[in-house]
Ligand binder design. Structure first.
Ligand code: AHR
Length: 498
């Protein structure tokens, strides 16, 4: 018998809403043809930004958006993206397909988009091919309220008031596309760059150092040890971690929708490794920062498969099935449970790239909300809630050589006292009965929603956009202050207890 025990009257750590963050890069059709259609488009937009996308992301309470990359960030020169659009220089997006970037979506457009979305900007500065001065000036341009060359330039470009920008990344993947640096070299560069990223007026930057990929524990060790000033004070608020499912070189072997149970189980098992990675990186961080001042920022995660046939190989456009919903649910449960150390995460990427929440049809006003979108919508109840201790005992799900716990779960209590339990059943063929004991509260009303599908590879298309969508969950009964839950095969369930 599977069993969950939740202590509803305990818990101290907060699940930051920023764990439910997003990522938008100048890559493929994420910005151009995704978020941004331009003011003259027949697709309904506000100052060039698609209204339907804004509405959909507001509905999941998008808390932050990371931009402009990714690998693009370390080739991006922000001054090319300000001023009158017709005068902005073009560039070649060398990393993502060699396409011409017209820079019509720049700093003002991004900040406008964040305002429309009601989310916080998370800007990743160029450390790889930029200069300290360039990054310093970008911070000043955005946030200075004084009379200074950059603040005055911003005013000339139509924005009188400074913006508030908290989250600031010092480069992206500087061990790879961001400069092929050694950890020791990057740590020194980080120290230099962060010195000149100033706080202007009331704006306080939350500085995020480039962290490791996957299990590069050496990188974490070096950054935690060396990312300090001469008196030993840590110079970072966050250290990033990137982990994709699956890793290179296996991505090209996996289709987003054409797969059997072996590939199903491989992907879920690979996604579940996030738990060990966070635990191991956190253990290193604990040695150098036992009071957990530095957040682990998982600012790129998600599935990465072969692109859809007929699409540009460097545009990373992939479909999204109920399997991706399970990856999202499993991962968000893991991130919730590590919320003492993990203070932000960003799924890659929001629109039309990798594990997208939204797909847009080229040159059309049709969009699709993916199964992953629905998980973010169902899980938004955990944002800024108190993580509750949860003990999960469950049967393994076994498929050939792949064995893993058959269920994943997390629980939280929101500010109104409601308890939410999110559970997912990874088994694609068998339902799971779960006895759930909730200590410290009287179980009265239970409401629930479920996301599931008939087939492992079910997904939403422009012609059938509601193939996979949440419905009311009927599989719960209460007796003697305990409940029994019957989770359908391949399902994600979120319960609300009062
Ligand atoms: O999300 C796609 C790419 O993956 C990003 O640009 C890069 O940071 C990572 O390797």
């Amino acid at each position: 018998m599977n069993q969950i025990v939740v202590n509803a009257d305990l818990g101290k750590a907060t699940i930051s809403r920023h764990i439910y963050g997003h990522f938008a890069e100048h890559l493929g059709r994420c910005i151009y043809g995704g978020f941004w259609v331009g003011e003259d488009s027949s697709i309904p937009n506000t100052r060039g930004i698609r209204n339907d996308i804004v509405e959909a992301l507001r509905a999941v309470q998008i808390p932050n958006l990371r931009w402009p990359g990714g690998c693009f960030a370390d080739e991006y020169h922000w001054m090319d993206g300000i001023g009158p659009k017709e005068q902005r220089p073009t560039m070649i997006n060398t990393h993502w397909g060699g396409v011409t970037e017209n820079n019509h979506f720049g700093t003002h457009e991004f900040m406008d988009m964040c305002a429309q979305l009601g989310c916080e900007p998370y800007i990743c500065g160029n450390l790889g091919s930029g200069t300290v001065q360039e990054m310093q000036q970008w911070v000043e341009y955005l946030t200075s309220d004084g009379r200074s060359p950059m603040a005055d330039l911003r005013r000339r470009n139509g924005r009188e008031e400074p913006w508030q920008v908290k989250f600031w990344g010092m480069g992206n993947e500087n061990w790879g596309c961001g400069g092929t640096m050694r950890a020791e070299y990057y740590a020194d560069e980080y120290r230099r760059y962060q010195t000149y990223a100033r706080n202007f007026g009331s704006n306080q930057l939350y500085k995020i150092a480039c962290g490791p990929r996957n299990d590069d524990y050496h990188w974490t060790e070096v950054l935690m040890k060396n990312g300090r000033n001469m008196w030993g004070a840590l110079l970072m608020h966050g250290l990033s971690l990137h982990y994709y499912t699956p890793d290179n070189p296996y991505r090209q072997q996996h289709s987003a929708t054409q797969f059997g149970e072996s590939e199903w189980s491989y992907i879920l098992k690979t996604a579940a490794l996030m738990d060990d990675l966070i635990a191991n990186h956190s253990a290193i961080m604990d040695q150098y920062d036992p009071d957990k001042h530095v957040g682990l920022i998982v600012d790129e995660w998600g599935t990465w498969y072969a692109v859809e046939s007929g699409t540009h190989p460097r545009f990373l456009y992939q479909q999204n099935s109920i399997r991706d919903a399970l990856v999202a649910a499993l991962t968000l449960n893991i991130l919730n449970r590590h919320c003492e150390r993990v203070t932000m995460a960003n799924i890659a990427q929001t629109v039309n790239v990798l594990q997208a929440l939204i797909l847009t049809e080229a040159d059309s006003d049709r969009i699709v909300l993916t199964p992953t979108y629905h998980v973010f919508e169902m899980y938004k109840v955990h944002q800024d809630a108190t993580l509750l201790p949860l003990d999960l005992r469950c049967d393994d799900y076994v498929c050939g050589e792949h064995t893993m716990p058959g269920l994943g779960a997390s629980a939280s209590r929101d500010k109104a006292g409601r308890v939410h339990i999110s559970v997912c059943n990874l088994n694609p063929s068998h339902s799971a009965d779960v006895r759930c004991e909730v200590r410290g509260m009287d179980l009265n009303v239970i409401r629930g929603r479920v996301l599931t599908a008939d087939r492992m590879n079910d997904h939403n298309t422009f012609d059938a956009p509601e193939q996979v969508r949440p419905t009311t969950f009927q599989g719960v009964t209460i007796h003697d202050n305990q409940c029994t839950i019957t989770l359908p095969a391949k399902s994600v369930v979120v319960l609300e207890l009062n």
